[in-house]
Design a protein around this ligand. Structure first.
Ligand SMILES: Nc1nc2c(c(=O)[nH]1)N[C@H]1C(S)=C(S)[C@@H](COP(=O)(O)OP(=O)(O)OC[C@H]3O[C@@H](n4cnc5c(N)ncnc54)[C@H](O)[C@@H]3O)O[C@H]1N2
Ligand code: MOO
Ligand SMILES: [Mg+2]
Length: 408
């Protein structure tokens, strides 16, 4: 049995960012992962421009002005945003200017309107600017043409989309989304629209995993429920590994008589790299690779074990495969509001919520039973508190390591 850290490292070593890319328009780029470095041949700002509605002046002219005896300047032009200034500001002159408008030659500083008083063709500057260049957005001070603007491997969210638009990057190369096959195994399983008979269990894992995969931007391929029948399982697995980058099955990975997955993976040429992990919930995690590059996760059937395995291990695998540079899970150290307990045998993950209490992050354990079959109290959680192997108690008020950013 591997430790959680060992299992993480084995999994990550097997996963290389995919090479397949596609072109998308800027409109369709949200949520995608950039597969090329982006630069622009434009400086940003594109040219010196005004940050205020006011007057473009020569600093020399106004630096000693004061409200009692203000300097007055002759207004020689009006420059709204979008208009190219035609006149050069000479000593004693100014131009009326608006936010975003190009600075006229000869001027170097903007006086905001509130610090002036218009007197017909002239304007009195009541307050001197604190420094030369005040309220001027200088060309190239945010970004210099030719430098890298955005690096390959980042996810495109609103800020990056804004940058791409401004760089006129209207068509982008992004990583194509990996396909992830998902199926549930077990004779006891029924679909949610079927009538529950004695002894049966409604398949929740397939839905949970489909949502989980979609939340990571990969393409889920749900294949339904497969009975505990070695022939059916073999056929399903064979098809899945030949058509998907990653396969996720739930159930059938423990030591029971109907737990067939590991044996079948071996028969089909899979290399079993992990058979179990010292994690609770989620111990019987099976991880295998196939000669065609397909990655297989045999995930424990208990619904909480299934999702915890996904969050702890599958998440980073999908992210890395998808081309994301930042694929590692995120951990925080926060105070726990509840006492957390373990029998010390495995690294224990307890589900709950990170909440902001008086401006500080704190962990609150989900109420109700912490049992790997109890998916009910998973709802509404957003974090997993971790009790290291060998430790039995973390008292309320103490600090605990929490895995966060779960795509719940
Ligand atoms: N003798 C031992 N028994 C078990 C061990 C062990 O070490 N020795 N490990 C336990 C642990 S830990 C886990 S976790 C489970 C894992 O079991 P499997 O992955 O083999 O899964 P199944 O046996 O098929 O099912 C377990 C449980 O989960 C329910 N289940 C399965 N699939 C679904 C689904 N799609 N949706 C909802 N619920 C599902 C299933 O009905 C069972 O109740 O093994 C322990 N046993
Ligand atoms: O580790 Mo199992 O995953 O307790 O239910
Ligand atoms: Mg079993």
């Amino acid at each position: 049995m591997y430790s959680v850290k060992e299992a993480e490292s084995i999994i990550l070593t097997q996963i290389q960012p995919r090479q397949e890319t596609e072109k998308v328009s800027l409109e369709a780029a949200f949520g995608r992962i950039l597969a090329e470095d982006i630069s622009s041949d434009l400086d940003f700002p594109y040219w010196d421009n005004s940050a205020m509605d006011g007057y473009a002046v020569r600093y020399e002219d106004v630096k000693d002005t004061n409200p009692e005896n203000p300097v007055t300047l002759k207004i020689i032009a009006e420059i709204p945003a979008g208009k190219v200034p035609e006149k050069i500001i000479q000593p004693g002159e100014t131009a009326r200017i608006f936010t975003g408008a190009m600075l006229p030659a000869g001027s170097d500083t903007i006086i905001m309107q509130e610090n002036t008083q218009k007197q017909g063709e002239r304007v009195a500057i009541l307050i001197p600017p604190e420094k030369i260049g005040l309220f001027v957005r200088q060309r190239g001070t945010f970004y210099r043409a030719g430098n890298t603007l955005l690096k390959a491997g980042i996810a495109l969210n609103s800020p990056e989309i804004a940058v791409l638009a401004t760089a006129q990057a209207t068509e982008l190369t992004v990583f194509s989304r990996p396909q992830v096959a998902i199926f549930s195994t077990g004779d006891e399983l029924i679909n949610p629209d079927e009538t529950l008979q004695k002894g049966q269990i409604i398949d929740s894992n397939r839905y949970a995993l489909t949502a989980f995969v979609a939340s990571l931007g990969a393409i889920p391929r749900p294949l339904g429920i497969i009975k505990d029948n070695p022939d059916l399982l073999r056929e399903t697995i064979r098809k899945a590994i030949n058509s998907s980058a990653i396969v996720l099955s739930t159930g059938g990975v423990s030591v029971g008589d109907y737990d067939y997955i590991e044996g079948i993976l071996g028969e089909l040429g899979g290399k079993i790299l992990i058979g179990s992990v010292a994690i609770q919930p989620g111990k019987p995690l099976t991880f295998a690779t196939f000669p065609n590059g397909c990655i297989y996760f045999g995930i424990p059937g208990n619904p909480v074990s299934a999702l915890v395995s996904c969050w702890r291990f599958v998440q980073m695998a999908i992210k890395k495969l998808s081309g994301l540079t930042e694929y590692q899970n995120k951990f925080l150290r926060v105070v726990t509001r509840d006492t957390l307990q373990s029998n010390g045998q495995r690294e224990v993950y307890l589900w709950g919520k990170i909440e902001i209490i008086e401006g500080v992050y704190q962990f609150q354990l989900a109420s109700g039973q912490h049992n790997s079959a109890n998916l009910i109290n998973l709802a509404g959680t957003n974090a997993l508190a971790i009790i290291p192997q060998g430790k039995t108690t973390i008292q309320a008020g103490e600090t605990v390591e929490v895995m966060t950013g779960l795509p719940l």
